[in-house]
Structures are given as structure tokens and as C-alpha cells.
Design a protein around this ligand. Structure first.
Ligand code: R5P
Length: 288
């Protein structure tokens, strides 16, 4: 039985096709004092596969509620798929007294999960925070699918060295072009400085590939540099299209040709589904 969190209903539906399992009729509600309530109807499956992006605090709480609810409903095995793991970037105490929020979230989720599946967590090391078995999926190759087939001398650029492997995977999956990266310095939340790569961009179509577009500061700066340097079309591709606040506007004003993302976070730019790779991971977990 596939059990959708409120923010992952389309991905959960796509997974039912991939896994040949039915979709639970989850209800989501809210009490007058603001507390959330997520419940499942009675079901007869032994295994519950909960699919819930934790892009908001409510989504985290709903996930914990669904884990508890499926056990109450009789599930004996709970697989928890977190297509986008919020708080994953808070993976160390950056100053005295700061929480390691990713660890706190991972521990909480582990109490209700037999197994966990993550899609491109910000750092793979976040898996160490879970007490449950974790499988990680890489969706970067999927980002090639919605791109036009006629990219001119395509260059796949990561906004920082850490994202180079994503750009390389997307490039390999596209089957043409080369991959490179910018140097990035982040001074504070939205204060980011991007230093252009040495790659020749004049007249070329460029695809910037990153794991997350959150405030859009990183991506919009990269786009602006490329446009100034004479690049042809500039595409923004990301696994997790959070697009918080005015991120979309920043990218449009910077001159983006098109934004493409996956459905780990369900937005109008979610042009490709991670369902096939998540299904494979769930099955692989099953085989272990
Ligand atoms: C940071 O290391 C990540 O890979 C992304 O580049 C970052 O999270 C994007 O954030 P924003 O859109 O706020 O610049």
C-alpha cells in the first residue's frame, strides 16, 4: 500500500503504477489550534510505503503521524520514502548551541521506519544520522529527459564543486556536451557570490544543474553571469525545486530559458518523475 504525504500526492500516485500497489485514501486535517492530523483508512497490506517530502514543518509532523497511523492500521513493515528531506542542510552545529537539525529529524523518523529511502539528500553523510536502514537514489540523470534535443554545444555547469557530479550525471544522460563548475562563496542565507568557470560559454546552450533551488540566489547569479558572458539559452535544472519566496522571479529576471525539476518537491516546474528510481530502490530494499 502506498501512503502519500500531503505534499507528495502526485509522486505517490506515480509510484503505485511502478510498484503495482494501491494508493491509500489518506485524510489530512487541522485542528482549530493549528495541530495537524493525517490518518489512513483500514487496509490489509502488510507493507506500507509512505511517500512524504518534508519541505515544511507540517509535512514532518504529518510524516510522523502517518508512520504511527499505518502501524495502528496493521502494517507490519513501514518503508518511509522522503523524496526531499528538509533540514538536511543543517547537518552540523554551525555555532555553539546550534542544533544538528538533520540528526534530530532523522532520529525522529527512524523510530517509525523499518527502512528509509532518500532522493539526493544534500550530503550523503546525512544517512549516518538515521537508525534505520537508508537507501539513497540519484535522480540527476532524470534531469536530461525534459531538456530540448537540440541543445547547441551543451555545457552542463554546477554552481559549485560539490554539485559537479550532478552536472556530470545529467550530461552523461543527455549524451552530449561537457560538464564544469563555478566557484561559489555563501556569505549568509541569500548572500552568495559566484565566480565564473573557465569554460567557454559564448554562443553555447548552458544547463546549470544543482540539487536544490531554494531562495534562487545561487541559480540566478549563475544565470546572470552566463547571460553577460554571451551564452545562448540558459536552463536551470535541479532535483528539488523548492523555489521559496521570490526565487522564481529572480530566475526569470536573470534570463532563464526554462526551469526544470523533478517531483521530489511538487511544483509546476516538476517536469520529470523520480518514481522509476524510487520504485527500484524500494524493490532493492525489499531484496536485501
Ligand atoms: C548548496 O550547497 C546547495 O547545493 C544549493 O546550491 C543551495 O541550497 C541553493 O540555495 P539557494 O537557492 O538559496 O541559493
Amino acid at each position: 500500500m502506498i501512503v502519500p504525504g500531503a505534499s507528495s500526492q502526485a509522486l505517490a500516485a506515480a509510484l503505485t503504477d511502478e510498484l503495482g500497489e494501491s494508493l491509500a485514501a489518506v485524510t489530512y486535517d487541522r485542528f482549530p489550534d493549528g495541530e495537524t492530523y493525517a490518518a489512513v483508512p483500514a487496509f490489509d497490506a502488510d507493507r506500507a510505503v509512505i511517500v512524504a517530502a518534508t519541505d515544511t514543518n507540517d509535512a514532518w509532523v504529518e510524516l510522523l503521524q502517518l508512520q504511527d497511523a499505518v502501524r495502528e492500521a496493521g502494517a507490519t513493515e513501514v518503508v518511509t520514502v522522503i523524496p526531499y528531506m528538509g533540514y538536511a542542510r543543517q547537518d552540523e552545529a554551525f555555532e555553539t548551541g546550534a542544533p544538528v537539525s538533520a540528526r534530530a529529524m532523522a532520529r525522529a523518523v527512524s523510530t517509525g521506519a523499518d527502512r528509509v529511502v532518500l532522493v539526493n539528500p544534500h550530503e550523503r553523510s546525512v544517512t549516518d544520522f538515521f537508525d534505520a536502514h537508508v537507501t539513497v537514489c540519484d535522480a540527476a540523470g532524470r534531469l536530461a529527459e525534459p531538456l530540448p534535443e537540440d541543445l547547441a554545444e551543451p555545457l552542463f555547469l554546477a554552481p559549485d564543486a560539490g554539485a559537479l557530479s550532478l552536472a556530470e550525471s545529467t550530461c552523461a544522460s543527455y549524451g552530449d556536451g561537457e560538464a564544469d563548475y563555478f566557484e561559489k562563496t555563501r556569505y549568509s542565507g541569500t548572500d552568495v557570490e559566484i565566480t565564473p568557470s573557465d569554460a567557454d560559454t559564448e554562443g553555447r546552450d548552458v544547463v546549470i544543474v544543482d540539487d536544490i533551488v531554494a531562495t534562487g540566489s545561487t541559480m540566478s547569479q549563475a544565470i546572470a553571469h552566463l547571460r553577460n558572458d554571451g551564452a545562448a539559452r540558459v536552463f536551470a535544472a535541479c532535483i528539488h525545486p523548492i523555489l521559496a519566496r521570490n526565487a522564481r522571479t529572480k530566475l526569470e529576471r536573470a534570463g532563464v530559458e526554462r526551469i526544470v525539476g523533478t517531483d521530489t518537491v511538487e511544483r509546476d516546474v516538476s517536469a520529470v518523475s523520480v518514481a522509476p528510481i524510487v520504485a527500484a530502490a524500494v524493490d532493492a530494499v525489499e531484496a536485501n
